[in-house]
Design a protein around this ligand. Structure first.
Ligand code: AMP
Length: 473
């Protein structure tokens, strides 16, 4: 790489980083030693949670003590169980409906949390309902009328039910969790959360989890938590040590061909490809499919049912490659992803960390490959500075002649993909309606992005950088 730009000449002193699964981070212990009751220990065992992760070891005893907790933990650290286990244990001691409410920023994450609560609470008969937008209000109202113990919800839809569903209230609530609080606030859920806080008892236990501590999160913490105990895992920006991070350098014009080459080389592995735009997510998924790969798109222009369907197909192994925008990057727990490919280099280092956090979860090994073009060197440097690591050149993609052997077939598939998109209208060019949908979808993707002003040591405003614009096709 140095011959192609010499960007490694910049030297940055990196702080030591920590690994949430590393025994040096905490004294290894068992769930039983943390004070967890046998039925929940049994559920952990069934899920192959052999010992608590660092965030669990730190947060669970505090929460069992009835304290408010603010947890700063990176994706994949086991934070869902860190808040779910103490809630389920408290529910066991004091079983009552509408006992706990968990707020999450996205629908997919809500389903994922609910799944984990159901699995951990199976042995104690805990009932859980998921209340998210994009699904039928009436079906949800029926689920609420059955008085579940735990509700996992996105804030907007929950508020909708509080206002419009007869007989439903959270006045008996004992536990409130705000998961991915930074995200909740980025998505402008702040005013709805403020309203919710007015309609739930002040006497409650509150837990707030966030990957990063922004000023907005600190404000929410002050407004909603009482003398919280702060538990923190890892540094603000970090990636786990079991993740091997690579880059491939290529001319901008041949990105698709390099992607197909990588997909070929990595056939048989489960792969997530991240793109910046909805259009590219759809286009690449179609193109890969036309080339014989089992690929599926996941982005904001698909209906909620289609998104869940795509996720489930990928999770169950029915598809090897998922091509998605950052909508999917947050919090989704997709087990056993072998490889993350950044088709577009993220313009924000935090997005990079969230994207590559899809692999190497729960102590497993994983790899990420970032496609770097002539326009991306500066962004790569920023990311490397932020994560405190240098990416290595990916072995196997450096032989340009080999890669370019694919270019004709890729060119044919590119053209066929564009034709198919014009016919279906999804993610593609079309009339005004389609354009509007596309705009709405890319807006959703935009909203799904962290726009902290301090980015990898440099000041960035909320406006898109010129560099980002240049590359968006
Ligand atoms: P989370 O950070 O909650 O999204 O969790 C990331 C992944 O870690 C999920 O697949 C969990 O099932 C898994 N996990 C959570 N706790 C443990 C544990 N104690 N041991 C092993 N895996 C765990």
């Amino acid at each position: 790489m140095s011959a192609k730009g010499g960007y490694h000449a910049i030297f940055v002193a990196f702080p030591p980083r920590s690994d949430p699964f590393s025994p040096t981070e905490y004294e290894p212990t068992t769930f039983k030693e943390l004070g967890i009751i046998d039925p929940i220990c049994d559920a952990c065992e069934k899920l192959n949670f052999t010992k608590p992760t660092a965030i669990q070891a730190k947060a669970i005893p505090e929460a069992l003590d009835g304290k408010d907790v603010i947890g700063l933990a990176q994706t994949g650290s086991g934070k869902t169980a860190a808040f779910s286990i103490p809630i389920l244990q408290a529910l066991w001691d004091n079983p009552r409906p509408l006992f706990a409410c968990i707020l999450a920023p996205t629908r997919e994450l809500s389903y994922q949390i609910a799944q984990q609560i159901e699995a951990l609470g199976a042995t104690i008969g805990a009932r859980c309902a998921t209340i998210v937008g994009g699904m039928d209000m009436m079906t949800q109202a029926i689920a609420l009328s059955k008085r579940p113990h735990v509700i996992v919800a996105t804030p907007g839809r929950l508020q909708d039910h509080l206002e419009n569903t007869k007989g439903f209230s959270l006045r008996g609530l004992k536990y409130l969790v705000m998961d991915e609080a930074d995200r909740l606030l980025d998505l402008d859920f702040g005013p709805i959360i403020d309203k919710l806080l007015q309609n739930i008892p002040k006497e409650r236990t509150t837990m707030l989890f966030s990957a990063t501590m922004t000023t907005k999160v600190a404000k929410l913490q002050r407004a909603s938590l009482r003398s919280p105990v702060r538990v923190e895992i890892g540094t603000k920006y970090s990636t786990v040590s079991t993740l091997h991070q690579y880059y491939v350098f290529m001319p901008f014009a041949h990105k698709d061909t390099y992607l197909v080459h990588l997909a070929n080389e990595q056939a048989g592995h489960s792969i997530i490809v991240f793109t910046r735009t909805v259009h590219d997510a759809q286009r690449l998924a179609v193109m890969l499919r036309l080339l014989g790969f089992s690929a599926i798109p996941l982005h904001g222009q698909l209906s909620q049912t289609a998104r869940l369907g795509a996720l489930n197909k990928f999770k169950s192994g029915g598809r090897d490659i998922m091509v998605c925008t950052d909508v999917a990057a947050r919090g989704l727990d997709i087990p056993a992803v072998d490889l993350v490919i950044n088709f577009d280099i993220p313009t924000h280092s935090k997005d990079y960390i969230h994207r590559v956090g899809r692999t190497a979860r729960a102590g497993r090994q994983g790899r990420s490959v970032t496609l770097v073009t002539q326009y991306d060197i500066e962004l790569l440097q920023r990311i490397e500075t932020a994560i405190g690591k240098r990416l290595e050149e990916f072995p196997g993609a450096s032989d340009r002649d080999m890669v370019m052997l694919l270019s004709e077939r890729v060119g044919d598939a590119q053209r066929a993909a564009v034709r198919e998109m014009q016919e279906t209208g999804i993610g593609g060019a079309g009339g005004a309606g389609k354009r509007k949908r596309r705009q709405a979808a890319s807006l959703e993707d935009e909203r799904d992005r962290d726009d902290d002003v301090v980015e990898a040591g440099s000041y960035r405003s909320k406006a898109k950088s010129g560099r980002g614009k240049r590359k968006t096709r």
